[in-house]
Design a protein around this ligand. Structure first.
Ligand code: FAD
Length: 409
């Protein structure tokens, strides 16, 4: 009898944990497993704010997929998914063509959502993957390097506007606040000439944290020169800056800037919507065992999935934390799924959240009650980052790629 074919799309948190854990729960004869990813490397998306600001080399946030998966058990295809033919059990890949499956795990991750804001898609940079963050770093360095050589000095080219004061935006601001003084020294520029402005539509940044922690984050970032424009939205992105204003007001203000980074929203990968799945912001609302309603052989995990919280009936926020738990759950239950046996529902165990404010500083809430700030929160952040590496590739990977050895950086 032919072995069932399991096809995993995307080698982010969801895809990599699935590709490393499923072989541990299935015998070699139980199924063939294939992983598809558009690059030959896996990057940790939760670290992207660091290479974006230039505080960590991009290489530190990635690893070759073949160094981590068991290539005797998992066939890796480096290719880009262009379409899922869900009614034919096939996936279309850019170079390879069609690949068929019996079971599909979709883990294609997130992309930026620009909500139709004029000029944003064309002109703003985004924190999406390793290539996009390398571009941010290089763009900022380019603006600093060209400043002294301009015939007519345009001071605004040194200004950086960050749209969105959620997790990604604030973590990026924290890194940027540490990086700007370094860049100023390197390019002989007075720190006072550089504005870093955050534009956030809500009355405050980081809505997932309580007032104390948010106040701490704002104070720490303001001390390092970040300006906050809370309660303001970007209404238009232009060549040389952004037009901002209050949501319900005609009054606007222009902030001139040479770099505009948009972190104000994410959605599920467009491939899912393009493939005819029913989506909300690019995400499929999955069943309690993470399947697509009506398609028992398709699982969706990570940022392409809306997993309803049974207590509130609203979807859980999409995070690496829940993605890793989804992939672990799926790996443990895959054998039952293959045998057509019922599986227990997925239950999310919220262990807390820590947001970095730049090296050595962070805020966090652990196990729903313990608040952390400063160096203890920063240490916890590194523990969380390293714990993932330990789970993915054991002590060896953690020691090779982890952050704890950099505590004294
Ligand atoms: P991803 O990690 O995005 O992986 C998707 C993979 O699919 C990638 O390898 C990509 O290359 C591949 N891919 C995409 N399109 C295709 C295609 N067409 N064909 C083939 N391959 C493709 N979450 C937390 O829990 N805690 C945090 O502290 C935290 N901090 C964050 C900080 C930043 C700066 C950012 C950007 C995110 C942060 N998140 C955090 C959110 C977290 O990164 C995401 O929720 C998580 O990455 C989702 O995992 P995933 O496996 O669904 O997708």
């Amino acid at each position: 009898m032919n072995k069932p074919k399991i096809l995993i799309l995307g080698a982010g948190y969801g895809g990599m944990i699935s590709a490393t854990k499923i072989p541990k729960h299935l015998g070699a004869n139980d199924a063939s497993i294939t992983l598809v990813n558009k690059h030959n490397y896996h990057y940790q998306a939760t670290w992207l704010h660091e290479p974006a600001a230039g505080t960590l080399p991009a290489d530190r946030a990635r690893m070759l997929i073949k160094d981590v998966i068991d290539t005797n058990r998992v066939n890796f295809i480096e290719d880009t998914v262009t379409l899922i033919k869900k009614d034919e059990n096939k996936v279309v890949l850019e170079k390879t063509g069609e690949v068929d499956y019996d079971y599909l795990i979709v883990a294609l991750g997130f992309e930026s959502a620009t909500f139709g804001i004029k000029g944003l898609k064309e002109r703003a940079l985004t924190i999406e993957d390793l290539n996009s963050v390398r571009q941010i770093r290089e763009h900022i360095e380019y603006q600093f390097s060209r400043y002294h050589n301009m015939e007519t000095k345009e001071d605004h080219i040194l200004n950086i506007v960050v749209g969105g004061g959620g997790f990604t935006g604030v973590e990026f601001l924290g890194e940027l606040a540490n990086r700007i003084p370094e860049l100023c020294r390197e390019y002989d520029i007075d720190r006072q000439q550089v504005r870093v402005v955050n534009v956030e539509g809500s009355p405050t940044i980081l809505p997932m944290f309580d007032k104390d922690l948010v106040a701490y984050a704002i104070q720490r970032l303001e001390e390092k020169g970040v300006e906050f424009k809370c309660g303001h939205v970007i209404k238009e992105c232009q060549e040389d800056g952004v037009i901002i204003g209050r949501r319900d007001s005609e009054e606007t203000e222009k902030i001139k800037a040479g770099t505009i980074v948009w972190t104000g929203g994410v959605r599920g990968n467009h491939i899912v919507e393009d493939s005819g799945f029913e989506v909300v912001r690019g995400r499929v609302t999955v069943t309690e065992d993470l399947r697509v309603p009506g398609y028992d052989n398709i699982f969706i995990i990570g940022d392409c999935a809306n997993v309803p919280n049974p207590e509130t009936e609203r979807p859980y926020p999409t995070t690496a934390q829940i993605t890793i738990q989804e992939a672990t759950y799926l790996s443990k239950n895959i054998k039952k799924a293959l045998n057509g046996e019922p599986v227990e529902p997925f239950i999310f165990n919220d262990m807390g959240t820590v947001a970095s404010l730049g090296h050595g500083d962070a805020i966090g809430i652990i196990f729903g009650k313990t608040k952390l700030k400063g160096t203890s929160a920063a240490a916890m952040k590194k523990i969380i980052d390293d714990r993932y590496l330990l789970k993915l590739g054991g002590v060896g990977l953690m020691l090779k790629k982890g952050k704890l050895n950099l505590l004294s950086k």
